[in-house]
Design a protein around this ligand. Structure first.
Ligand code: FAD
Length: 390
């Protein structure tokens, strides 16, 4: 059994957490407002994170990784997200959504060929599940892949795919309908498989980036596939298991999003405590007024509750126990904590909190999507209710 308790990390995890916290404070914080304002992808920071081994954290050394685990990745995500959710999401999507499907479901050849391309910060992978008609209901995939003369011919489109259009994007793993199967009730259902599509394959086009409310330095594109031809060997995992495999990736990913959310919520507490001590009104620091200090006390309680929730989900996952419900609870509680704290932190900062250059304003814009991506709050509630037999 492995049990993670907030504030009681062992030396190895604590040392990683401190290293990433220092990197965040010294190298990420000073440039984040400008990257956000210019909507710039943080290539230099991503390369540095690659040098630090962050993109290889949960992978074995034989594949060029750091030999750590998923919880270590979550600790790193939390620290980076205090200052920059876009950067944290670049790491989250690159590792947990991009490289992890290859590690979990790839053949030895696929792992040997693809993992080294995307775990040193010099390359990124993307996860192509969502479509215009298939978001929460991701089984509604319309993209099709047909086997012709030893090649998959892929046609369709994906929406909102993170890390899919950068200069260093190496490949996207995309779900596609590859046939039909008979369901347990005798009805015919689409057979969904996953196909690896290398960047630059003719017919594969990352369309212009979305104009988003937040996560301005994170890369998000619609993708189109027009007669994209890739070898039959680019099937990832078993034929027909694509949807089920991606659901496993999303279960894990929810713990990672919870970690990002906790970092964001913590960033709001830190900025609010500092501001409440410095800003004076009516001759006193605003932190002396209970209207402000109680608000910040509630923000701190949200952070600690959400952190305990994601540590608990990670403890179960790393112990090899079922963790679907705990991951859903952690994702829901933590993303709500991030959004609530962003709203309260902006209030604590008054008019300055509405200025984009302030960290809390960025968290205010960035945090909303935490309640939507990798399963909306309503989807988490469906999973939790299902665990109760409802
Ligand atoms: C910035 C960004 C990055 C993203 N990155 C990726 C990525 O890398 N890869 C990827 O595949 N996808 C990605 N997504 C997609 C994201 O996961 C989806 O947007 C999300 O899952 C919701 O799907 P949808 O937008 O189609 O909303 P819908 O599914 O259309 O939902 C609309 C509303 O209806 C609610 N709803 C739906 N069904 C039910 C129900 N049964 N009961 C109650 N309420 C319901 C939802 O909770 C939501 O409030 C990204 C999205 C964004 C915005």
């Amino acid at each position: 059994m492995r049990t993670f308790v907030p504030g009681m990390l062992d030396d190895e995890y604590e040392s990683l957490r401190r290293t990433v916290a220092e990197f965040t404070d010294e190298e990420v914080a000073p440039v984040s407002a400008e990257l956000d304002a210019k909507h710039e992808f943080p290539y230099e920071l991503v390369a540095k994170m690659g040098d630090m081994g962050l993109f290889g954290l949960p992978f074995p050394e034989e594949h060029g990784g750091m030999g750590g685990d998923y919880f270590a990745l979550c600790l790193a995500l939390e620290e980076i997200a205090r200052e920059n959710q876009s950067l944290a999401m670049t790491l989250e999507a690159g590792v947990s959504l991009g490289a992890m499907p290859i590690y979990r479901f790839g053949t030895e050849e696929q792992k040997a060929q693809l993992l080294p391309q995307v775990i040193d910060g010099r390359g990124l992978a993307a996860f192509g599940l969502t479509e215009a008609e298939a978001g929460s209901d991701a089984g509604g995939t319309r993209t099709r892949a047909v086997l012709e003369n030893g090649e998959w011919v892929v046609n369709g489109a994906k929406s909102f795919i993170t890390n899919s259009g950068t200069d260093i994007t190496k490949f996207v793993t995309a779900t596609a309908v590859t046939g039909t199967r008979t369901g347990s009730d005798g009805s015919t259902k689409p057979e969904i498989s996953t196909i690896i599509i290398p960047n630059g394959t003719p017919g594969f086009t990352p369309e212009p980036a979305y104009d988003k409310v937040g996560w301005n330095s994170s890369d998000t594109h619609p993708l189109t596939f027009e007669d994209v031809r890739v070898p039959e060997a680019n099937l990832l995992g078993e034929r027909g298991r694509g949807y089920a495999n991606f659901l496993r990736i999303l279960d894990e990913g929810r713990i990672a999003i919870a970690a990002v959310s906790v970092g964001a919520a913590q960033g709001c507490v830190d900025a609010s405590v500092q501001y409440a001590k410095e800003r004076t009104t009516f001759g006193k620091p605003i932190g002396d007024y209970q209207g402000i200090s109680f608000k910040i006390a509630r923000m701190e309680a949200r952070v600690q509750t959400a952190r305990a929730a994601y540590y608990a989900a990670a403890s179960k996952m790393e112990s090899g126990l079922p963790f679907k419900t705990e991951a859903a609870i952690a994702k829901m509680v933590a993303s709500e904590a991030a959004m609530d704290n962003a709203r309260d932190a902006t209030q604590v900062h008054g008019g300055y909190g509405f200025m984009n250059e302030y960290l809390v304003a960025r968290h205010y814009r960035d945090s909303k999507i935490l309640e939507i991506g990798e399963g909306t709050t309503e989807v988490q509630q469906m999973l939790i209710a299902r665990s109760l037999g409802l």
